[in-house]
Ligand binder design. Structure first.
Ligand SMILES: *Cc1c(COP(=O)(O)O)cnc(C)c1O
Length: 439
């Protein structure tokens, strides 16, 4: 099999995007604003300023189509391996015996192992520029925590991460990566905060939840001088930062003269799907393409496929503004699937709006199916995918098999949001046949 130019589409350093794309400029119906839960009025910028830097708040509310990427942030994207390749999965196609062409975008190549540093770096940068010296955040499986730890090392800031206790105990390597980058990591619930102490008093062996960890991170942010809080998904400015992915994909598809039939991404809070798809969805809104956009979620956390589109809290304790989103309810407790990054009760308001207005749709898969797909992908393409990304792989494979049944030469592009080399616990369960099928 000869090597073809389109097997790996590589851009130049100059092609790293110079601006982020803001879908709010093009959506026919505006994204509903966050509300203050006391007044039920739109949250004012001053109310958010206690926890976020001014630049992020301005981006959160912006309807400008393009927002310039600061030069230092663009430089830092080089460290992430940007621009990342778009690769063709020829051996996967051959395995499936499909006439479909399958491409994937390689966000697994970043040093933190996922797309998340695309937003961690600008968030740390804006805080640093505004004189903030300390950031706090929460992390579940540890991917966002490692991304922010990397960004804080890069911009010389202090970072404190509250890591959900079960993950803290089960995934020591992710914690050690954060510590290697110089961050402080606490098992949450912790005795560092009033809220953590309260939870521990009621239940000393509490396993922790993302909601509790958020509450602890916000509490420390409010009480510690010169400190802000940072969120890894869900909010508009995070979706915005991630659009470097989709803008690169757009250039890469143009180079090989491809307009895909399908673009597929997994969704937790929605940021990798948004970043990957929004630039192309912008074209779809203008009627220039009719690509189908598909968001893939776990059947056990079905926020889009089974949730309601309404105002709800972003965290479990009810400390955040209300967000208009597909939600399973802020007290929803997801089952402990290995795709920890997809265990979130809601969906980004921007992704919610895109689905609601008919520009994307969602499907869901069970854990066992996604691991089956991950194993096939690993053996065909040599990359061990993150359990989150395996949801996108499974959906892409199903579309390729449908194309085979109909004998159609469809083109499918999916986002490989991360690698799974620190998720081998999940693979161990699958390979030993012990993985029970979490629905
Ligand atoms: C965090 C994470 C996700 C889910 O988060 P989104 O904000 O929906 O992108 C998906 N894949 C990987 C590898 C992650 O680390």
């Amino acid at each position: 099999m000869a090597i073809h130019a389109e097997d790996k589409v590589i851009l130049n350093i100059d092609d790293i995007p110079r601006r982020w794309y803001n879908i709010a400029a093009d959506l026919p119906v505006p994204i509903p604003p966050p509300l203050n839960p006391q007044t039920m009025e739109p949250a004012r910028p001053e109310e958010l300023a206690a926890i976020f830097p001014k630049a992020a708040i301005a981006q959160e509310m912006s309807t400008e189509r393009y927002i310039d990427i600061p030069e230092e942030v663009r430089d830092s994207y080089l460290m992430l391996g940007r621009p990342s390749p778009l690769q063709r999965a020829r051996r996967l196609e051959a395995f499936l015996k499909t006439p479909a062409k399958i491409y994937f975008k390689r966000e697994d190549l970043s040093p933190a192992g996922s797309h998340k540093p695309n937003s961690a770096l600008p968030q740390a940068y804006y805080n640093m520029k505004e004189g903030v010296e300390n950031l706090t955040t929460e992390t579940g499986a540890g991917q966002w925590g490692s991304a922010l730890a990397l960004a804080c090392a890069h911009f010389d800031m202090n970072c404190t991460v509250f890591m959900v206790r079960v993950s803290y105990d089960q995934k020591p390597f992710r914690r050690l990566i954060m510590e290697t980058y110089g961050s402080k990591v606490h098992s949450s619930p912790s005795s560092e905060t009033e809220y953590g102490r309260k939870v521990l008093k009621e239940r000393p062996d509490h396993p922790g939840t993302l909601g509790i960890a958020i509450s602890e991170a916000i509490e420390l942010c409010i009480h510690q001088p010169n400190t802000k809080y940072s969120l890894g998904s869900v909010l508009n400015h995070v979706m915005l930062h991630q659009t470097v992915i989709g803008q690169e994909v757009m250039q890469q598809l143009e180079l090989i003269d491809v307009v895909p039939d399908y673009m597929v991404g997994c969704v937790g809070g929605g940021s990798n799907f948004a970043g990957f798809s929004f630039p192309m969805i912008g074209k779809k809104i203008k009627g220039k393409i009719d690509t189908e956009f598909i968001a893939v979620e776990p059947t056990s956390v079905p926020s889009i496929t089974k949730g309601e589109n309404r105002y709800d809290f972003g965290d479990t304790a009810g400390m955040t503004p209300l967000l208009k989103m597909y939600t399973l309810g802020h007290d929803f407790v997801p089952s402990s699937i290995h795709a920890g990054g997809l265990r979130y009760h809601g969906m980004a308001p921007a992704v919610t709006a895109v689905v609601d207005q008919g520009f994307a749709r969602a499907v869901s898969y069970e854990q066992l199916q996604t691991f089956e797909a991950a194993i096939i992908f690993a053996r065909a393409e040599g990359i061990v995918p993150a359990p989150e990304s395996s949801h996108a792989i499974k959906a892409a494979m199903d579309l390729a098999l449908e194309a085979k049944r109909k004998n159609e030469e469809k083109t499918i592009v999916f986002n490989l949001s991360g690698h799974g080399l620190l998720d081998m616990g999940g693979y161990a369960k699958y390979l030993s046949g012990e993985m029970n099928n979490v629905r």
